[in-house]
Design a protein around this ligand. Sequence first.
Ligand SMILES: [Zn+2]
Ligand SMILES: [Zn+2]
Length: 316
Amino acid sequence: MSVTHEEASETGDLILNSVVAQCLGLLGDRWTLLAIRDLFLGRHRFEELLQHTGAVRSTLANRLKVLVEQGIVYRNPYQTSPLRHEYRLTPKGLGLYNFSLAIWCWEHLWSNKEVFVLPPKLFHSRCGAYFTPVCSCTRCAKPVTSSTISNRSNPAYAGSKVATTVPKRRSKVNPAQYKAKDGSMFHAIDVLGDRWNHLILGGALYGLKRYDDFQRGLGISTNILADRLKLLVNADLMIRVAYQNAPKRYQYDLTQKGKDYLPIALSLHNWSEKWLTKGQVSNVILSHTCSPDPVQLDFSCSHCGEVLAPHDVSIV
Ligand SMILES: [Zn+2]
Ligand SMILES: [Zn+2]
């Protein structure tokens, strides 16, 4: 089943005008994501962040400045003479916790363990056990998968785009990623660190399949689209399947690895709606099979079942 041209354009509009597209201007950057990872891992001082992110000094300083301006991080004095500051997550920053857990789950499932960029084990202090986060729907407590989520445009949406003060960065793709035919070098951060990768996957999760659908829907230039589809196929997030023989035509289906990206996309969507819309309603409603209302995700402990909170989880 393929979508019509009109449906492709509509889906593309939903994605391009979504809060997540705006959010990617803010968070869709490798160094920003690594800094947020480290803040959740308890690294707060500039030198620690410098060491663990591997960013150069000026880049890290710049990303932290933007995070402070956007109210995601605040500077906290930890010493008075001389005055020294550390970086802490604000409530808005702590709101990215589900998103961080979603990334952890995806990496845990799909990345090559030798180059795993996140802590290998999580410990839940409330029950005293190692655990894996379990993603479910807040309303019905059932698992949230790509086949149980639907999207539709929001009739209450007024059409104005979400205000963002963050400039879009030029997407740069590391050519080394293309060599990773088995996808072993490819991480969630490589999807999120490139705005188009994330939006194309979003399109696929919304039902786009064919080259023309992505092109028409997302208004993406053909060379960038071809480039990113190739990358996503090489990284095993998508598979290229012939749907017609003469002339040969292909569509791009999500693999299980691609489908499993959904909780990352959804938790980012939830966060963006809560923190970036400034009281406006979102243009798209994503709902679970249990209700037409917007879906919210919970991440709970696989051992005791309790919903996870940032301060109850430690790392190994
Ligand atoms: Zn549900
Ligand atoms: Zn537990």
